[in-house]
Design a protein around this ligand. Sequence first.
Ligand SMILES: [Zn+2]
Length: 263
Amino acid sequence: MLDRRELFPHVIEINHQARRRFGCSVYLVHSGTEWVLIDIGYEDTADEIIEMIRQMDFPLAGCKYLIATHADVDHIQGFGKAHNLLPDAKIAGHPDAAQLLKDRDRLMTYAEIAAQGISIDLPEIIINHIVNEGDKIQIGDLELEVWHTPGHTNGQLSFRLGNLLFSGDNLFKDGCVGNIDAHHGSDIPDFIESLTRIRDSDVEWLLPSHGPVFRKDAKMIQKTIDRLEGYLHMADFGTCAVDWPLLDAWEQELVEGIDPTKS
Ligand SMILES: [Zn+2]
């Protein structure tokens, strides 16, 4: 029997529980005899995580849902294996995540990044419980409220539990955000909207999908939003930017016949 190291009432984070880093954050939320996992990480740590959960005295039959914050392989690869051990659990996620996993889309899920020689297995994972904005996920007496928070990818979900927000890859403790990448369906205006929603909400704690939990700080989030506002007009983010003022100015200079060597 393992002592449960709850971060908040009803909430255990597996890396924190184990006092070492497995990979992405893996949240166990429980009430009464029911529990869910929010993400699980890679396949090679899934068995150990399920064994820890068993040793914390959670009956495996009590697992109601395996919930995907989004379809990235570093968050969900282990669901295939976990589902074998937890056959009664449904796999929950956004319709876009369900489609990517149904199509076994290796690019959008980051299973394949050819330019970097990254090619990892994406097992068959079937999201059989679709959730989207405004839906509720019942766990015993608790209710997770589903927020659709696109930006990092369109299928990105967050989940509110009272004053806590399981905030996915929207924002991390250092002010970084989840990877912005056109090939991943990232959308900077959507990202800004999701961050603004989080900033203006009355949640008190953010429980991100990477790194430690942290207290919500409107000033810090604003700094991140300001940075992303800048990205909208920078070539650094390619087609994720909406314009590039340098080229507009250059066009004007060309029309006016300005010689850049003489200005
Ligand atoms: Zn991630």
